[in-house]
Design a protein around this ligand. Structure first.
Ligand code: GRF
Length: 190
């Protein structure tokens, strides 16, 4: 069983879905051991409580710099023998400390068809650009912003006259289908 930790900053629907996938039979090769959030207000914390998954708030403000903050995260991950680290709405750029420790075992989900629409608002940017299709990408994390090697991606159609909210829902539905699937595949190889 591969031990996975999720890093998030916000709502945590992907985190919750990954946990549910390990309970409803969609995934059997990995276990979500831990949630780490960098924001005390992250709704992901509520979800973890309800699901009975251990969750920690590590506040970057409590550390002198990014290295110190990430060293703390690494210390926690190592104590729990975490083998794979999955970012799910983690709104910080991963620094060299964490990256070097987990390179090749650190993945991210991005709500656009990379390299199209990288950055903080992949859904909004595609919507504003008026393109007919966007997508979802799962990739390894590297030094850049949403630039690491692509593991899996799928196209998502934007219908004529579609509202932004409807597009968000459509993208999240794809995310919730493919993130457990990709983690399961990676876990098999681990
Ligand atoms: C997702 O759209 C993910 O692709 C992006 O951040 C969002 C997180 O959503 N990186 P949630 O917190 O999992 O609901």
């Amino acid at each position: 069983m591969v031990k996975v930790a999720v890093l998030a900053s916000g709502s945590g629907s992907n985190f919750e879905n990954l946990v549910l996938a390990t309970k409803d039979g969609r995934a059997s090769k990995f276990q979500i051991e831990l949630l780490i959030v960098d924001k005390g207000s992250a709704f992901a914390l509520e979800r973890a409580k309800k699901l009975g998954v251990e969750a920690l708030h590590i506040d970057p403000k409590g550390y002198v710099d990014k290295n110190a903050f990430e060293s703390k995260i690494i210390e926690i991950l190592e104590k729990k023998d975490i083998q794979l680290l999955a970012l799910a709405g983690y709104m910080r750029i991963v620094g060299e400390k964490l990256l070097n420790r987990y390179r090749g075992r650190l993945i991210n989900i991005h709500p656009a068809y990379l390299p199209e629409f990288p950055g903080k608002d992949g859904i909004g940017d595609a919507f504003k650009a008026g393109v007919k299709e966007t997508g979802v990408t799962i990739h390894f994390v590297d030094e850049g912003i949403d630039t690491g090697e692509i593991i899996y991606q799928e196209r998502v159609k934007i219908d004529e006259g579609m509202e932004l909210e409807a597009l968000k829902e459509r993208i999240h539905a794809v995310e919730h289908r493919i993130y457990p699937m990709v983690l399961e595949n990676l876990s098999e190889k681990n």
